[in-house]
Design a protein around this ligand. Structure first.
Ligand code: SF4
Ligand code: SF4
Length: 586
């Protein structure tokens, strides 16, 4: 009999000992008739029989730990999945297709199976066609894809005609798996004999002899990319190459990955920064479905059409609507009303910190505004905030007050055993609607911080910061690990909290589309990383963006359909025209 629905049990949340001994089974109407629809599994978590389940949803509402999800399967998915991790677990339907001579993107929300798809392509995960107890042979898998491009790809894979190289998403795990210097790591994987050249291109030369545990997140990311391309491969699978990188490095990495691809090589990239995804790729697959339940890969689309379809939530060719409302990164035209009140002002500050010197021009922050901070890593953003907070005094210049600052750091504590509910106590008491409900955090309350995914931890950390008693809030890279939908959501939450608390928020981020949507004004840093940082502004958004883009030597235009910003091809008619008019931020 064909199943009509997928039932997924979150094994991290299911706690039969704490819910009253399989409460769901006691309440399930099918169980109550004497048929065993919900039973204890071999690992003691609940098991749901997807054929017997009627989809009545009783168990979903009554499980005290929100461990159950039951979804009616869309009619076009009446086939076995490409892969299922086990009973009542996530299912992946279909795979992306590499295109030789092109960089292909994968775009979709977190938990939709992008990394699973990439692992199948990378031969790390053997697809089981939903039969995890008795997995099929590779021949049977090839047969499943008969007549498709994936069949050709798998056959090439079987004949060893495809040499893969895979960069995993979590580069922060590398120091836990390898000990030694950056050079030693690269030498270990090198098949090209071009380590010095690669290091030069990816700006790693200065840190080649540094211990892998002592380098920054951005350096780790570039090392991971160097290690991936140091292997002789004709298919590069790159999972989130821009986390921890500043915008200049993001643009450089995009150019670099594009330069790898020729008619004998294909590259597939997962990326959430839409501006960069747009710039980096020629075509893309969208992934849709239900997070942590099932994921489907769409047919291949041109990058522009694909990103616009994703924002729209509708796939024309497939005739599938996967989101009720479109995502809009358009700024509202409403102007802020009320008195403009100054929070803090400064003039010509100077501070020497070892070999690094920080200088500012004259600037003011007002209450009830969001100020974006644009600049490369290592320009002194944190040092400036510390001065505002009264942690250390400037060597010279005028600073009119000390203010209380709440800070969300770039690197979050991933090892804390604290329960989410305890960590968010103040947010729960004071901003349960504005933070907890909007960011959908209640379902995480019973988990420990160390058990959360990167995206979950980010949302929790932003909520924690915004609930503190402070005059100024600094959010350092709040978009990291978030998917596109979550970035828009978190931007809305920051906007609402700023308005409601009439407070001031500084947002350091390298996703320009996110900042373009969020910021009222911007601070721009110039100088030389780790040597000298000069702070300009806050400037009006257009002026600041223009100044910053000029530093980067890139121009942006607006997409006619979606109004989203797009990077112009260097040297294109549009690029030259905008540069000649000094209109970098079109
Ligand atoms: Fe208890 Fe929920 Fe697990 Fe069912 S799914 S056994 S109700 S914790
Ligand atoms: Fe039982 Fe299915 Fe209803 Fe849950 S949704 S109570 S498993 S019939």
């Amino acid at each position: 009999m064909l199943r009509k629905r997928i039932a997924v049990i979150d094994k991290n949340k299911c706690r039969p000992d704490a819910c009253g001994n399989y409460l769901c089974a006691k309440l399930c109407p099918v169980n109550r008739t004497g048929t065993e629809c919900i039973t204890p599994g071999s690992d003691n978590t609940a098991r749901i029989d997807e054929i017997l389940c009627t989809g009545c949803t009783v168990c979903i509402g009554r499980c005290p730990f929100n461990a159950i999800t039951i979804i009616n399967l869309p009619s076009h998915l009446n086939k076995s999945p490409v892969h299922r991790y086990g009973a009542n677990s996530f299912e992946l339907y279909s795979l992306p297709t590499p295109i030789f001579g092109q960089v292909t993107g994968i775009l979709g929300k977190n938990g939709i199976g992008k990394s699973t798809a990439l692992k199948v392509m990378a031969n790390i995960l053997k697809p089981n066609l939903g039969n995890w107890q008795d997995p099929p042979t590779f021949k049977e898998v090839i047969n499943y894809f008969k007549g498709s491009e994936t069949q050709k790809f798998l056959e090439q894979l079987q004949k060893n005609e495809i040499n893969l190289s895979y960069k995993p998403q979590q580069v922060d795990l590398i120091p836990k798996q390898f000990s030694g210097t950056v050079r030693e790591l690269l030498q270990k994987v090198d098949q090209t004999g071009k380590i010095e050249e690669l290091a030069e291109t990816l700006q790693l030369t200065a840190i080649l002899d540094n211990d892998i545990t002592k380098i920054s997140g951005g350096e780790l990311q570039r090392t991971a990319i160097a290690a991936t391309v140091a292997k002789k491969a004709n298919l590069f699978l790159i999972d989130e190459p821009t986390s921890y990188l500043d915008i200049k490095q993001r643009v450089n990495i995009s150019k670099f990955l594009r330069s790898l691809t020729n008619e004998k090589t294909a590259t597939i990239v997962i990326e959430h920064d839409l501006l960069i995804l747009d710039y980096m790729t020629d075509a893309l697959n969208i992934m849709y479905g239900q997070d942590n339940v099932f994921g489907v890969v769409s047919g291949i689309k041109s990058t522009r059409e694909g990103i616009n379809s994703f924002l729209e939530g509708f796939l024309r060719e497939e005739n599938v609507r996967f989101r009720v409302k479109p995502l809009k990164f358009e700024k509202s035209q409403e102007t802020k009303t009320g008195r403009i009140e100054q929070l803090v002002a400064w003039k010509n500050l100077q501070k020497q910190l070892g070999n690094f010197s920080l200088k500012t021009e004259q600037g003011v922050l007002y209450k009830n505004e969001i100020v974006g901070v644009l600049g490369e890593n290592g320009m002194g953003k944190t040092s400036f905030i510390k001065l505002l907070a009264g942690i250390g005094k400037p060597d010279s210049g005028e600073l009119d007050s000390e203010i209380k600052v709440a800070y969300k750091p770039q690197y979050l504590d991933t090892e804390s055993e604290m329960l989410v509910a305890d960590f968010l106590q103040k947010a729960i008491e004071d901003y349960s609607h504005q933070l907890i409900k909007w960011l959908d955090l209640e379902k995480l309350f019973t988990q420990k911080l160390c058990e959360l995914s990167g995206g979950q931890l980010q949302r929790v950390a932003v909520a924690h910061c915004l609930s503190q008693d402070a005059d100024l809030f600094l959010l350092d890279e709040p978009s990291a690990y978030l998917d596109v939908e979550q970035r828009l959501l978190i931007a809305k939450v920051i906007k609402n909290m700023t308005n409601e608390r009439e407070t001031t928020v500084l947002v350091v981020d390298h996703d320009l589309m996110f900042l373009d949507y969020l910021a009222d004004r911007v601070i721009v840093f110039s100088g030389v990383p780790a040597k000298e940082g000069i702070l300009h502004g806050p400037l009006p958004l257009k002026e600041g963006m223009n100044q910053f883009l000029q530093q980067l030597n890139i121009t942006l235009r607006r997409d006619i359909t979606s109004s989203r910003p797009r990077i112009n091809k260097p040297g294109s008619v549009k690029d030259r025209e905008q540069q000649s008019k000094n209109s970098w931020y079109g």
